[in-house]
Write a protein that binds this ligand. Structure first.
Ligand code: GLN
Length: 535
C-alpha cells in the first residue's frame, strides 16, 4: 500500500463510550493484518496539553517518550498496539489556535483576516496528515474527543468533512453511539443513534461504520433498522456490548468483521483473518486466573482513571503471573499511625502513587514506614519514590524535618530537592523533566536482576530529584541508589536490599507496560507479592 489512509473516530449521544478503546482495537486489528498504523487524539479543549489538569478533570496524564503530556487514551493506544506515540499524536484546540496565532504574528498570513474556516480548519487538516506525510503509515487513525454537537468540536468535524471530500475512499468515519435499554419498556432504543447520525449528516459527514455501545445484545432487526435509517451498510453496523475486559474488544470487533468492513470500504484487499495468537493467549490467561493478589494503591485520588496506567500495568502483570489483581484504593489523607496496620491488612503488596503537592503525603510516609518495618513488598513511583527517601531520612537517618523542597522550601534536610535548571522556571505547563531518559543500573541490584540489562530507558514527569549530597549516608544505612542517569548522575532508582521488594523509581514505568510486553518491574513486584501472600 502506498498512500496513507485516514480513519476518523467520532462519538455521539454521550461521552465515555470508549472511543479510545475502539480506536485502539481498530489499530490492533489492522496491525495484525500487517499494516503499519498509528493513532492520534485531537481534543477540543483549549488547554495546550492536559499536563496542568487535575486528574479529577480528565484522569491520568499520560507521557510519551518524547515528553509530551497527553490524554490517557494514548496509553490505551500504546498498550493495545505496542506502538510508541509522540507529541505529534496528541493535539488540542489550544495547540491549533496557538500555532495559527503564532503564524499570524510572524506575518505568515499578511493581509488576510484570520478565521476559523479556513485557517483553523486548514491547520487541523495539516496536523491530521502530518504523521501520514512524514512517515510511511498505511493507516492513521484519528480519534476526536468530545461528542458530536459540542460547540468545541465543530471545527474538527468541518476539517473531517473537507478531508473526506478531498481524499475520497482514502478517508473513512467510524461513529460511536449509544443504544440505551429502557427497563420499563423492556426495549432497546435506537432513536439517540439516529439523532446523532443526523447531527453528523447535517455537518456534511456520512459515517461509514457505526459502532453501537450497548449493555444488551442487539439482534439483527435492530442493526438492520439502524442501517436503514442512517444510510449505512448492514455489515457496517457493529455492536460493542459490555465485556468483562477492555482487551476483549478487538476480538469482538474482529468476530463481527469490523476490520474487513473497513478494508472493503477503503478499497483494500481482504486476506485471511489473522488469528491474534499472543493476544488470545493473554485473554485466556486473564480468564483462567482465579487466585487473587491484593495490591493497595496508596494515593489521594479516589478515581479509577487517576492511576490508569498503574492499574493496567498491575493487572497485566498479575495475568502473566496467573493471578487476578484485586486493587484497593487506600486514601493517604486518612492514614495515621493508629489505623495503618488495619488499613494495610490483607494487602500482599502496596504501591505508593505519584502526585503533586503536599496533600496526603504524611499518610504516604506512614504507609511506607509500616511497610518497611514489616517487610511488605512496596513499589514507590515518582512522588512515591520521593516519599520513600523522605521516610528513610526521618526514621532511619534521624532527620525529623526531612522533606522535599516541593512541600517545604525552608527545610534544612531537603533530601528531595529542586534541580538547578528548574529553579527559575515560572511557567507550569510542559516545563518538568519529561519523557524518556537513560538510566544505568548497578549490577548487584535487585533492579538489574529484574531488568536483566543496562542501561534502560524510562519516562519521566517531575520537577524534583533525589539530593545527591545525602547519597553516602543513605548507602551506609541500607538504602541504595542503584539506578542513575549517566550524564547528570541524577538518582533514578532506590532500593533497600535487606527487604523482600522495596523499590522506588523516580520515573514512571507504568507508561511502558503493554499487553504483549508487560513491564519487568511490575511482573516481578506482583510475583513477589504472590510469594509474600503464600507466606
Ligand atoms: N511532585 C513530584 C515532582 O514534581 C513528583 C511528580 C510525580 O509523582 N509525577 O518531582
Amino acid at each position: 500500500m502506498t498512500e496513507t489512509k485516514y480513519i476518523f473516530v467520532t462519538g455521539g449521544v454521550v461521552s465515555s463510550l470508549g472511543k479510545g478503546i475502539i480506536s485502539s482495537s481498530i489499530g490492533k486489528l489492522l496491525q495484525a493484518r500487517g499494516y503499519n498504523i498509528t493513532i492520534q487524539k485531537f481534543d477540543p479543549y483549549i488547554n495546550i496539553d492536559p499536563g496542568t489538569l487535575n486528574p479529577y478533570e480528565h484522569g491520568e496524564c499520560y507521557v510519551t517518550v518524547d515528553g509530551m503530556e497527553t490524554d490517557l487514551d494514548l496509553g490505551h493506544y500504546e498498550r493495545f498496539t505496542g506502538i510508541q506515540t509522540t507529541r505529534a499524536n496528541s493535539l488540542t484546540t489550544g495547540r491549533i489556535y496557538k500555532a495559527v496565532i503564532d503564524k499570524e504574528r510572524r506575518g505568515d498570513y499578511l493581509g488576510k483576516t484570520i478565521q476559523v474556516i479556513p485557517h483553523i480548519t486548514d491547520e487541523i487538516k495539516r496536523r491530521v496528515q502530518l504523521l501520514g506525510n512524514k512517515n510511511h503509515y498505511d493507516f492513521v487513525i484519528t480519534e476526536i474527543g468530545g461528542t458530536v454537537g459540542d460547540i468545541e468540536s465543530t471545527p474538527f468535524l468541518e476539517a473531517i468533512r473537507q478531508l473526506k471530500w478531498e481524499l475520497g475512499k482514502k478517508a473513512l468515519c467510524v461513529h460511536l453511539t449509544y443504544v440505551p435499554y429502557l427497563k420499563a419498556a423492556q426495549e432497546l432504543k435506537t432513536k439517540p443513534t439516529q439523532h446523532s447520525v443526523k447531527e453528523l449528516q447535517s455537518i456534511g459527514i456520512q459515517p461509514d461504520i457505526l459502532v453501537l455501545r450497548t449493555e444488551k445484545h442487539l439482534n439483527d432487526n435492530i442493526r438492520r433498522k439502524v442501517a436503514a435509517f442512517c444510510n449505512v451498510d448492514i455489515d457496517c453496523v457493529v455492536q460493542s456490548e459490555d465485556l468483562p475486559s477492555i482487551y476483549d474488544v478487538p476480538v469482538a470487533m474482529q468476530t463481527q468483521g469490523m476490520d474487513t468492513a473497513i478494508l472493503r470500504k477503503m478499497g483494500e484487499p481482504i486476506g485471511d483473518t489473522p488469528p491474534l495468537g499472543p493476544w488470545r493467549t493473554f485473554l485466556d490467561k486473564l480468564k483462567k486466573a482465579k487466585s487473587e493478589v491484593h495490591i493497595g494503591l496508596v494515593g489521594k485520588y479516589d478515581l479509577q482513571d487517576a492511576y490508569k496506567s498503574i492499574r493496567e500495568s498491575l493487572s497485566q502483570a498479575a495475568t502473566y503471573n496467573d493471578h487476578k489483581a484485586v486493587l484497593t484504593y487506600i486514601n493517604s489523607e486518612k492514614l495515621t499511625k493508629e489505623n495503618i496496620a488495619e488499613q494495610l491488612s490483607g494487602q500482599d503488596g502496596i504501591v505508593i502513587c505519584p502526585g503533586f503537592g503536599d496533600r496526603g503525603i504524611e499518610g504516604k510516609i506512614t504507609a511506607i514506614q509500616y511497610a518497611r518495618e514489616n517487610d511488605i513488598p512496596t513499589f514507590g513511583i515518582c512522588l512515591g519514590m520521593q516519599m520513600m527517601v523522605i521516610e528513610f531520612a526521618r526514621n532511619v537517618l534521624g532527620y525529623s524535618d526531612a522533606n522535599s523542597r516541593e512541600m517545604n522550601e525552608k527545610t534544612e534536610h531537603n533530601v528531595i530537592d529542586i534541580m538547578e535548571e528548574q529553579k527559575n522556571i515560572t511557567n507550569m505547563g510542559g516545563t518538568m523533566r519529561l519523557g524518556a531518559y537513560d538510566c544505568v543500573l548497578e549490577k548487584d541490584s535487585l533492579s538489574y536482576s529484574i531488568y536483566g540489562e543496562t542501561p534502560i530507558k524510562e519516562r519521566h514527569r517531575h520537577r524534583y530529584e533525589f539530593n545527591n549530597m545525602y547519597e553516602k549516608e543513605y548507602e551506609k544505612n541500607g538504602m541504595k541508589c542503584v539506578g542513575k542517569n549517566p550524564e547528570s548522575g541524577l538518582v533514578e532508582i532506590v532500593e533497600i536490599p535487606a527487604l523482600k521488594w522495596f523499590i522506588g523509581t523516580q520515573f514512571h514505568p507504568e507508561y511502558q507496560s503493554t499487553v504483549l510486553n508487560p513491564h519487568p518491574l511490575f511482573l516481578n513486584f506482583i510475583k513477589t507479592a504472590i510469594e509474600n501472600k503464600k507466606k
